[in-house]
Ligand binder design. Structure first.
Ligand code: SF4
Length: 379
């Protein structure tokens, strides 16, 4: 195994000292390195052509810039790309790249597996294997940018789609494998690189952190000073039902989650998103919609309704469309903004709650496009 240390595990502010190693180095040198990594998607020292060869050789012995290895890519009919990635210790995670209109959104994983145990989530079956490091979180975005450079959104969706020629991820959602707030310090360090002008330079407004509701950590995120969007998976309007669907509720009941949400700083027109996975016959009645509206009345919020995406062996059913629409109508009538999430990548098990590492094709009318990546392929 490589003895090199991932440079991206260190804060950008430390790079000048780390890279100079006590020698005299122009102040702009570490900024050049950052530009190669974050603007030009370079993943080896050799590719940084305008930097002195002597420095590059020295750094390449010490600092690792490698990306996760793309083991497999599945392309959905709607252009969604599910990426199976292998990390340096052999652990595997998934990221999902979702093209739509002028957006290239990457759904990022924060842990290998997840220990939260939501009953409607396929990742929960894996349990928690380990937390991701900063470089592993950022590696997903670096790799996606590399893939988009090779194959921009318009190529994926087709010439007629009218999609812009996007070759970079421009929205991020921490909704992949894992509970991001359970890997809090690493998440905040990754967010700092994502939003730094010398890093990915993404607006915090284009980043959403989704949580199952770790109340204390919601507060901590609020004081971390990076005004990302907060999404909270609620999925039940009563404590009893939520405890049955999301056992984390035993430690973080709805009332303490909502209290923590009240303290989350919102900028102009920013709102908290409450995600609500609709499970047929379980939490999708008009009465439950009314109860949800009552809970959320004090908040500047919107509800994102997510009809359950079944997967092989899942214990729940997708609700009838009429019930979904009725649920939404009740919320709207009560003055709660409620949107219905368009399911993306369902045919490749890349939709919300479907991420897990074993490929289990759903019975679909047309098979998804499969593209198995040769492990030796440079990415
Ligand atoms: S929904 Fe999110 S928090 Fe819940 S088990 Fe799945 S990955 Fe973990």
């Amino acid at each position: 195994m490589s003895q090199k240390t991932p440079l991206l595990d260190h804060p950008l502010s430390d790079w000048p000292v780390l890279l100079s190693e006590g020698k005299t180095m122009p102040a702009y040198r570490s900024r050049q390195v950052a530009q190669w990594i974050f603007r030009h998607h370079v993943s080896d020292w050799e590719g940084m052509k305008n930097l002195p060869e002597e420095d590059r050789c020295r750094w390449s012995d010490r600092w690792d810039l490698s990306l996760p290895v793309l083991r497999e890519e599945r392309m959905s009919r709607d252009g969604t790309r599910k990426l199976l990635l292998e990390l340096s210790d052999g652990a595997r995670i998934e990221s999902v790249l979702i093209p739509r209109d002028d957006r290239a959104t990457l759904c990022v994983s924060s842990q290998v597996g997840c220990g939260i145990g939501c009953r409607f989530c396929r990742t929960a079956d894996m349990g928690l294997v380990r937390n991701l490091s900063v470089s592993e979180m950022l590696g997903q975005i670096r790799l996606a940018n590399r893939l988009l450079t090779e194959r921009p959104i318009r190529d994926t969706l087709g010439e007629d789609s009218g999609a812009p020629f996007l070759s970079r991820v421009n929205h991020l959602v921490f909704m992949g494998m894992g509970e991001p707030l359970a890997n809090f310090d690493t998440l905040v360090r990754a967010l700092s690189v994502l939003t730094s002008p010398e890093g990915f330079a993404l607006s915090p407004r284009r980043i959403t952190v989704s949580t199952s509701g770790l109340a204390g950590r919601i507060r901590d995120l609020g004081v971390a000073g990076i005004p990302v969007n907060l999404a909270v998976s609620l999925s039940a309007p009563t404590e009893t039902l939520r405890e049955a669907l999301m056992p984390i509720s035993l430690r973080h009941p709805i009332r303490s989650i909502l209290e923590a949400c009240r303290s989350y700083p919102l900028r102009n027109r920013q709102r908290i998103t409450f995600e609500y996975v609709l499970l047929g016959g379980v939490n999708d009645s008009p009465d439950q919609a009314r109860e949800l509206a009552r809970l959320l009345a004090p908040f500047r919020s919107k509800v994102n309704l997510i009809p359950f995406n079944p997967y092989p062996g899942s214990p729940y059913l997708r609700p009838d469309r009429s019930r979904v629409l009725r649920f939404q109508e009740v919320l709207l009538a009560k003055g709660v903004t409620a949107t219905l999430r368009t399911t993306r990548g369902e045919d490749i098990l890349g939709a919300c709650g479907q991420l897990a590492l074993t490929p289990s094709p759903l019975p679909i009318k047309e098979p998804p496009t499969w593209k198995t990546i040769d492990s030796s392929m440079p990415v």
